[in-house]
Write a protein that binds this ligand. Structure first.
Ligand code: CUA
Length: 348
């Protein structure tokens, strides 16, 4: 009796913790709703099983333990119980088959192509250590280092890599797939929640080298009108996208501030995330220590090192640790500001 009461209370508490606490990030796609529902079903099925086994073990340990002064007695020789064995084999087997069927149904559901053809395709390309998104909107091709998609439209992502294994993951959408050298992988997602100005994080979920943790971007889910306006901007302007909410006016860029913290106008991680530089007080250890690497160098060397990181490799560092397209992640004003600041530091 006591055991049943404890078991029921523990199951209820376990299920409540599993379902009532918000364990996951924003639910940002049609797929995410279905995946989170599947998680809830798994919790409801697995918590009572876990509690049953644990409760029986704990009560058995309490009631049948050897007491002080008791002889080390063997238990009675029990020879199995066919009825019990059939029950505890059948119930888990039925549960597993049912959950497996439910998982397969959910999987085919979230991978299904939309009924009304012409689906948008975006290529997500990983490279050490940045994402690039290639668009083809009505025959016009362009690329972006941040991801923009319209709300409530299915997108098929073609996921590629220019070098090693990466993994394209937008946690708010729940969908996630490896970028594998030599092949193109895919998934579909239908974003159904607008993002604020901050967007959702896009991360790399496969350890791909020293800069893995910095291989992040931002996903923006826009209204159909805002998305169309963004596409127009990207297909007409030659320069990379202006900072979101910039209001048309370009503020002067301070090289030291840009180096030290935050992001470039395109959302790329700024230099201090990977490079140590005494003057800026940064401690990043992914790339060369610029305190010594640029000492006495001129502006041309510094500019080339930003725009074409593989032109000259610092001994002890591998080619490709810094994204080869890093120059494209900066606006011309940002490049100039960094060169000016670093040249001042190099001359000290
Ligand atoms: Cu790319 Cu981890």
């Amino acid at each position: 009796g006591q055991m049943i009461v404890v078991g029921l209370i523990a199951s209820a508490v376990g299920i409540a913790i599993g379902l009532l606490i918000d364990w996951f990030p924003t639910v940002g796609s049609k797929q995410a709703h279905k995946i989170d529902t599947f998680w809830d079903v798994l919790i409801i099925c697995s918590v009572p099983v876990f509690v049953l086994v644990t409760t029986v073990v704990l009560f058995a340990a309490r009631d049948f333990r050897m007491r002080p002064g008791q002889e080390n007695l063997d238990g009675p020789p029990i020879h199995g119980n066919t009825k019990l064995e059939i029950v505890w084999t059948t119930i888990p087997a039925v549960m597993l088959v049912a959950l497996c069927a439910y998982a397969l149904i959910t999987l085919s559901d979230i991978e299904k192509a939309p009924a009304a053809g012409n689906e948008r395709q975006i290529t997500a390309t990983g490279q050490q250590f940045a994402w690039t998104f290639q668009y083809n909107e009505g025959g016009k091709k362009f690329s972006s280092t941040q991801l923009y998609v319209p709300i409530n439209e299915s997108v098929k992502f073609n996921v590629k890599t220019d070098d090693v294994l990466h993994d394209f993951w937008v946690p708010a959408w729940r969908m996630k797939i490896d970028a594998v050298p030599g092949i193109t992988t895919h998934y579909r997602v239908t974003p159904d929640k607008l993002t604020g100005p901050a967007g959702y994080p896009v991360v790399c979920a496969e350890l791909c080298g020293l800069g893995h943790a910095f291989m992040r971007s931002t996903a923006h889910v826009l209204s159909k009108a805002a998305y169309a306006a963004w596409v127009t901007k990207m297909t007409t302007a030659a320069a990379p996208a202006a900072p979101a909410g910039g209001g048309g006016q370009t503020a002067a860029v301070d090289g030291k501030t840009l180096f030290t913290k935050g992001e470039t106008s395109t959302g790329a991680t700024a230099c201090g995330g990977c490079h140590k530089l005494a003057d800026a007080g940064t401690v990043g250890g992914v790339g060369p220590d610029l305190t010594t690497a640029i000492k006495g160098k001129d502006a041309a060397f510094i500019k080339t090192s930003i725009l074409d990181p593989n032109a000259e490799i610092t001994p002890g560092f591998d080619k490709g640790i810094m994204p080869a397209n890093y120059g494209q992640l900066l606006s011309p004003a940002e490049v100039d500001a960094l060169v000016k600041y670093l040249q001042e530091v190099a001359a000290k």
